[in-house]
Every structure is written in C-alpha cells, then in structure tokens.
Design a protein around this ligand. Structure first.
Ligand SMILES: *Cc1c(COP(=O)(O)O)cnc(C)c1O
Length: 393
C-alpha cells in the first residue's frame, strides 16, 4: 500500500511538473468564445445579409429592448462604441465649454477624453482601495462650474452609488455612469446602468458582453433624453428629410446588434462563471492576503461585482508578472499610466503626487485571467504559480 501511495504521489508530482512546462494561459481567449458560437453567429449574420437592412434594422430595436430590460431601465439606445456613448451622454445633458465634470483618472482614457471632446474640463478625484472613486473626496472638488459626476465602475464593480447619488442631488449635478466594464454588476439589488441620468456601456470585443467589432449603448429612464439620443446618433435627423439637431453618426450596426442579441442569452452564465472564478481565486489566495503579500478584490454583501477584470495588488508586481509569464500565464495591467499623467493631459495642470492612492496602485495592480472559458485546471495552475512565486510559507 505504502509503495503504491508513493508511486501515485510521484506520478502526481510529475504530472504537475509536466503541466508546469506546457500550460500556456492567455490573458483572454476570444477565439474560444467565438469557436463555441461561430455557427450561431454566422446564422444571425446571414439573416441580416438576406434582409439587407444594415442600418438601424429590427435587430437594433431588439437589442435596445434587451439592453433596457437587462439593466432595469425604460430605454436603451444602441451606439457604435462606448466612447461615443460617453460623448453623447455629455452632449445630451448639455455639458460643454465652461463646465467641469468630476471623474476618476485611473480609467480607460475614453472617460476623460470625451469630457475634453465636448469642450468641458475633467476634474479628477482619487480612488479607494477598490479602485473606484472615493466619495469622501468629491465634494471638495465641486465648484459653480461643476455640471456632472462621471463615476467609472471599474473592474466590473459598482462605485458607492448611494453616496454619489446623494452628493449629486445635494449639489444639483447630473450623474453619468461609465459602466463600460460593468454590465451585469449589481449594487443593492439593482444593475449597472440604472443609477445615473445617462449611463454608458461599451460592447468592445474585450468587454464581457462583446460585439465582433465596435459597439456600445446608453441606458436612461428619461424619455426626452432617450428621444434626443435616437436623433443625435443619426446626424440629428427627425426623419428622412428633416434635421432637428446638429448631430453625429454613432449608430449601432444591425449585424453587430444581431450578434449581441445572441450573446445576451449567454451573459448571465458568463458573469456567473466569472464570479465563481473570482471566488475560487479569493478562497485559494486568502493565505497570501492574510500574510499581507497581496491584496484581493473585495466584495461586500450589498453588491455582486461582474469581474470584468480580477485585479490583485502586490508590491513586487513587475517581478510577479514576469514570473507568471515565464511559467506560461499571461497577465495585464489596467492601466499602468493614470490619465492625469498622460501626455495628452499636460494642459490640465496635474502633477505626480496629486492622487497618491492611484499613483501607488498603478505600480501594484495586476489583472489575472478571469474569463468564462478558463478551466478549473487552469485556475489551479495560476494559483499554484502565484503561490510558487512567493515560495514556501
Ligand atoms: C472600454 C472602455 C471605454 C470605451 O469603450 P469603447 O467601446 O472602446 O469606445 C470607456 N470607459 C471604460 C472604463 C472602458 O473600459
């Protein structure tokens, strides 16, 4: 018996070593996602080709119904990107020259760049440990020029919306959610997209719900805003011949809408899978967190993050990233340079040291693979490698 046990153990050790040599885990696996759906996607695309109704066809209306229902709002407007969603959100609210918009500088650059694009000024506020805007620091940045707060629900986790909404109400400000990373995230039983006046989503291929190309959308409960947005995205046209506003071409393609309608049916199971992976990481990396070696994403009782990313924070981030890469695990950094320190932001007058929490985080954050196709074996392998980096206790 003892001998057999010993053999079994050796075999197991060898197998693990063998995996160690050969396992290659990409940060994201879009090919696997599309391989599984290819036949169905091609069928949906064929339907649109047969109808030749490529612009604002019935697939777009169906998508808008799906999106509004999913987010728990009255309306949704299909658009060609998350960036245009943010841009049109500010436009429809009349944010422009002379106005200020409060937001976080650790986002994807689009959230700040649209504020500049409409002629307004982004006013940055530091974040909390969870990488979302710190509500305690918002009020001191409000001036007579402040028109809106744009909370970025980074990583698939909602900001402290109760606090943000009450600050906005007190100071009579609009709230524009940047929920590009947060479709399906829940906060006190409500989903992302249902909190602000106008709420923005991206359906970029790297987002959890994704098109095969660029796409995005807005949700709102305000009929007037909704109606105006349906025109603004269509060059301001009221109908074929009459133009009501100076507008843009920000329409969602029928083909992309058809693909997203198909993927919408999978979204809940994808988010469930991501939440399960996050739980598994948290459970198995708890030991390292308790020793203070890494910080794990937190999750409170009142929320259900959707884990667009699973970001750990660690002192020797670059060394850990390199170690994981050498062992076949690809990771990413979202995002290494905060917006206030980008070349483009020079004119805004910020400097290093303005946002100490973010500036410390950018040196410590590391995004682990967390997509729905990640197998248990791969999760175990990633956990083993992270533990291997820190060595025996
Ligand atoms: C992806 C993203 C955007 C931009 O969306 P696009 O569809 O790529 O234009 C905006 N904000 C955040 C936080 C994002 O992650």
């Amino acid at each position: 018996m003892g001998r057999l046990d010993c053999h079994a153990r050796n075999w197991l050790a060898m197998t693990i070593k063998h995996w160690g040599k050969n396992m290659k885990i990409p940060y994201i696996n879009l090919k696997a996602e599309h391989k599984a759906l290819k036949k169905q996607i091609l069928k949906e695309v064929a339907k649109v080709l047969d109808s030749a109704n490529f612009i604002l066809g019935p697939e777009v209306q169906e998508f808008e119904k799906n999106a509004a229902k999913y987010c728990g709002t009255k309306y949704a407007v299909g658009l060609n990107s998350g960036t245009d969603a943010l841009f049109l959100a500010l436009k429809v609210l009349g944010v422009g020259p002379g106005d200020e918009v409060i937001t976080a500088p650790n986002s994807f650059v689009a959230s700040a760049s649209v504020i500049v694009a409409v002629g307004a000024v982004p006013v940055f506020v530091d974040v909390r440990d969870d990488m979302n805007i710190n509500p305690d620091l918002i009020e001191e940045k409000i001036t007579s020029k402040t028109k809106a707060i744009m909370p970025v629900n980074l990583t698939g986790k909602m900001c402290d919306m109760d606090r943000i909404l009450s600050i906005a109400e007190k100071h009579n400000l609009y709230v524009v959610e940047d929920s590009a990373q947060s479709i399906g995230a829940e906060y006190r039983g409500k989903r992302a997209g249902s909190f602000g006046d106008v709420n923005c989503f991206s359906l970029h291929p790297l987002k959890t719900l994704n098109a095969c190309g660029d796409a995005g959308f807005i949700t709102t409960n305000d009929e007037e805003i909704y109606t105006k947005l349906t025109k603004l995205r269509n060059i301001g046209m009221k109908n074929r011949n009459e133009v009501q506003y100076w507008g843009y071409n920000s329409r969602l393609d029928s083909i992309q809408a058809a693909i997203i309608n198909l993927k919408f049916k999978k979204l809940d199971s994808w988010i469930k899978a991501r939440r399960k992976i996050a739980d598994y990481y948290r459970k198995n990396l708890r030991g390292l967190a308790e020793k203070g070696l890494i910080m794990l994403p937190s999750e409170d009782k009142h929320e259900k993050p959707a884990y667009h990313t699973f970001i750990i924070q660690v002192d020797k981030r670059d060394e850990l990233q390199q170690y994981l890469l050498e062992n076949g695990v690809e990771t990413k950094i979202h995002y290494p340079i905060p917006i206030h320190l980008q070349e483009a932001a020079k004119g805004l007058g910020y400097k290093e040291g303005d946002f100490p929490v973010i500036e410390r985080q950018v040196k410590r954050i590391l995004s682990l693979p967390v997509y729905q196709e990640l197998t248990k074996k791969q999760q175990d392998y990633i956990i083993t490698q992270i533990k291997g980096f820190f060595g025996p206790a």
